[in-house]
Write a protein that binds this ligand. Structure first.
Ligand code: SAM
Ligand code: SF4
Length: 341
């Protein structure tokens, strides 16, 4: 079987993936590379050692693993990284995986990107059935953007967002809330996103991997942000739910939707429907724990599709009940860029 065909073996749906706590796993995030063209302060250290190529899954291996999850009932696939758009051949992977949209096996194929390459790729993404993407953007101040990303060009990201919107792709902005850097700017960032018709989600900094700075200085509770915003905006609870960690409100004054992801001040594990696959083929069933299943070893060991499905079932069966983040120490040693945020 070639990885890109529509053979019946890949279309067969067996029992859905249900973990030991009765949660159906319907959402897979796949990190396609650990590399990135930016070095955000909270995500990477300045001098990252990236993985040797041989350790990273090939495009065919990524397709085979992702397609196995789709065959087992995953309905939503998010490609992330590192920066997915810097992976060579990334658009071939998207093109290949889009067959699951056409077959109806997949509801959504999406990605999370820093937006720097989006202007070039937006039309291709739209052509392959990508309808929504997340773009990470923490500030609209060019100098602060350059500082936070260690060298990034804000204009390119904004051009990327506009290109995606022009291609008919809905854009959700993700912004990490940083006490020292963008706390005061959050209302204008929210207004900017809503004025473009984009949803925006604020994220608390998460203790993932060692970086060069002390994250406790930058930790900003989104419960406090919400309180501040409600002093001048009417925030209406929204029933919009993605099965993910974001709680949504509607800002009456802007008419836009605002998501708040609060891993530290508010646990969200009860309804967790997602698992993560790293670019080395390690399956993490919880973002905040060190549980791991090596699916690369399974496929490189010559596993049949049935062997691979059995390995996936075993891993999902041991998905932990919940995480245990605390801001002062990394809950897990791996970086968000390895796991795929
Ligand atoms: N490079 C892409 C991007 O920036 O959108 C995709 C990968 S990036 C790791 C995914 C998301 O994780 C980004 O929105 C980023 O802001 C977020 N992120 C990275 N490190 C984080 C941390 N320590 N705490 C909270 N969010 C983090
Ligand atoms: Fe790169 Fe995304 Fe991490 Fe920033 S958050 S360094 S853009 S992977």
């Amino acid at each position: 079987m070639t990885p890109y065909d529509d053979s019946p073996a890949q279309a067969v749906h067996t029992a859905p993936l249900i973990d030991g706590f009765g949660r159906a796993v319907t959402y897979l995030r796949v990190s396609v590379t650990d590399r990135c063209d930016l070095r955000c302060l909270y995500c990477m250290s300045e001098h990252m050692t990236f993985l040797p190529k041989a350790q990273v899954l090939t495009l065919e291996e990524l397709d085979r693993l992702a397609s196995t999850f789709v065959a087992l009932g995953v309905r939503k696939l998010r490609l992330t990284g590192g920066e997915p758009l810097v992976r060579r051949g990334f658009m071939d992977l998207v093109a290949g995986l889009s067959r699951h949209l056409r077959s109806g096996a997949l509801d959504e194929l999406t990605l999370t990107t820093n937006g720097t390459q989006l202007e070039r790729y937006a039309d291709d993404l739209a052509r392959h059935g990508v309808r929504r993407i997340n773009v990470s953007l923490d500030t609209l101040k060019p100098d602060l953007f350059r500082k936070l990303t260690r060298g990034g060009d804000l204009e390119r990201v904004i051009a990327g967002v506009d290109a995606a919107l022009a291609a008919g792709i809905a854009v959700k902005i993700n912004a990490v809330a940083l006490k020292a850097d963008n706390a005061a700017e959050l209302p204008s960032l929210i207004q900017w996103a809503h004025a473009r018709g984009c949803d925006i989600t604020l994220i608390e900094t998460m203790p993932m991997g060692e970086v060069d700075q002390d994250r406790t200085d930058q930790y900003l509770s989104l419960q406090d942000v919400r309180r501040d915003l409600s002093s001048f905006w009417a925030l209406e609870d929204s029933h919009h739910a993605t099965g993910g960690p974001a709680r949504y409100v509607r800002v009456a004054e802007t008419g836009g939707r605002l998501g708040l992801i609060t891993p530290l001040s508010n646990h969200f594990c009860d309804t967790c429907n997602r698992v993560r696959l790293t670019c080395t083929g390690t399956l993490h069933t919880c973002l905040g724990r060190d549980d791991a299943s090596d699916l690369r070893a399974v496929i490189r060991g010559g596993a049949t599709d049935a062997d691979l499905r059995a390995a996936v079932f075993a891993a999902i069966g041991s998905k932990p009940k919940g995480h245990d983040f605390q801001i002062a120490r990394p809950a897990v040693a791996r970086h968000m860029s390895t796991t795929g945020g």
